[in-house]
Design a protein around this ligand. Structure first.
Ligand code: GDD
Ligand code: MN
Length: 361
């Protein structure tokens, strides 16, 4: 059997303690499966002795790429992929979370003609270490759910994947922010066929995860960019809808807080509507219609107020009437009924006043 030449790209930041075992694991798999490996460690200039560790290993097939600009996991991965000498490309973490034993099976799937192969925790046979807390689990599931408009695979968040170089080079406008470089490639390389290979995801033993809240917020920005890329005609509407949904949440939170400090129902309902109106305005100006951000905010504000006025009044009146007639129902329900009424009014006005009242076949 002739050996397969593979480039493995590993982003690293302060992983000196993990590198020897990572290299040993990959070496074992390479020997057992006749793989000819180039390992690119794409390091963001860690000051933990990474360089010494790599030099001491003295493996000619292991190369350290030290990066000093444009820090970040995704940027490091993209740089590694661009520097790869082989046509078969694998990306994995340094912290021994990803089992190198899965690599041959992933390469087999590339041979079968799949564009992209992901090491998956969430398909039959895949798993995570048992002590994953509930919070981490929910977090991962929510992030996966948010990626659904872009891919239906079970574990698009995985940082363990394989791709062929021509597919990677097909990518247009790579713009990686944050952690989800796999998702970025799936969308931008136009990967049609994706295979998932089950893996067991082991918790890191040394060092700590760099996936913090800031990175999670970057994921939302990343999703927005992917939406603009993939659904250019729909992206404004989509963002408007997401902002609207966030407004509903803001409304209910403010309402609940005001009720908790026992202000009157009228003021609580008005407060929820008022604050969510403001947050909708700010978010729509900042995101949905960001192309107009340079224009006057005062003009925008009154324009948005005028466009929303009747809906707001309807929202408030209906919520209040509902509240007065169904006092035993939680006030949040009254607020929701008001929101739906406001939306319904906007729809009816558009349909009958703006776009004519005759139904045409
Ligand atoms: N070059 C570079 N620069 N590498 C980085 C950086 C950075 O700023 N931040 C993290 N890395 C490297 C780490 O050294 C590690 O090898 C790998 O990227 C993953 O980082 P972790 O900090 O271990 O991430 P995680 O375990 O929380 O997240 C992993 O699992 C997630 C799914 O649960 C990653 O694979 C994520 O991409 C994945 O979504
Ligand atoms: Mn990790």
């Amino acid at each position: 059997m002739s050996s397969r030449a593979v480039t493995i790209v590993v982003p690293t930041y302060e992983e000196a303690e993990n590198i020897p075992e990572l290299v040993a694991g990959i070496e074992r798999v390479a020997h057992a499966n006749a793989l000819d490996i180039e390992l690119l460690l794409c390091d963001d200039n860690s000051q933990d002795g990474t360089r010494d560790v790599v030099e001491a290993l003295n493996r000619p097939w292991v190369r350290l790429i030290t990066r000093t600009v444009d820090r970040g996991l995704s940027a490091a991965v993209i740089e590694g992929l661009r520097n790869a000498s082989n046509d078969l490309l694998v990306v994995m973490d340094a912290d021994l979370s990803h089992p190198p034993e899965a690599i041959p099976r992933m390469l087999d799937q590339l041979d079968q003609g799949f564009d992209f192969v992901i090491g998956s925790r969430y398909i039959e046979g895949g798993s995570t270490d048992a002590d994953w807390g509930l919070f981490r689990w929910i977090n991962s599931k929510v992030a996966t759910f948010l990626a659904r408009p872009f891919t239906s695979i079970k574990d698009p968040m995985s940082g363990f994947f394989a791709i062929k170089r021509p597919t990677f080079e097909h990518a247009s406008e790579l713009n990686p922010i944050g952690y989800k470089v796999g998702l970025e490639l799936i969308v931008k390389c136009g990967c049609g066929s994706i295979a998932e290979v089950p893996i067991h995801f082991t918790d890191r033993r040394f060092g700590e995860s760099k996936l913090n809240l800031k990175e999670q917020l970057k994921y939302l920005r990343h999703l927005r960019r992917l939406a603009i890329y993939k659904y250019p005609g729909w992206s404004n509407f989509l963002q408007f809808a997401v902002v609207g949904a966030s407004g509903t949440v803001v409304n209910l939170i403010v309402l609940t807080a005001l009720v908790a400090i026992s202000v009157s129902d009228r003021i609580a309902l008005a407060g929820g509507i008022g604050v969510s109106f403001l947050s909708n305005f700010v978010l729509n100006r900042r995101f949905t219609f960001s192309y107009a951000r340079k224009d006057s905010i005062v003009g925008h504000f009154f324009g948005f107020l005028a466009a929303s006025a009747l809906g707001l009044v309807t929202n408030y009146s209906v919520a209040l009437i509902f509240r007065e007639n169904f006092a035993e129902v939680p006030i949040q329900i009254a607020a929701m009924v008001g929101i739906i009424a406001g939306m319904g009014l906007n729809y009816l006005m558009s349909r009958y006043l703006v776009f004519g009242n005759r139904a045409r076949g």
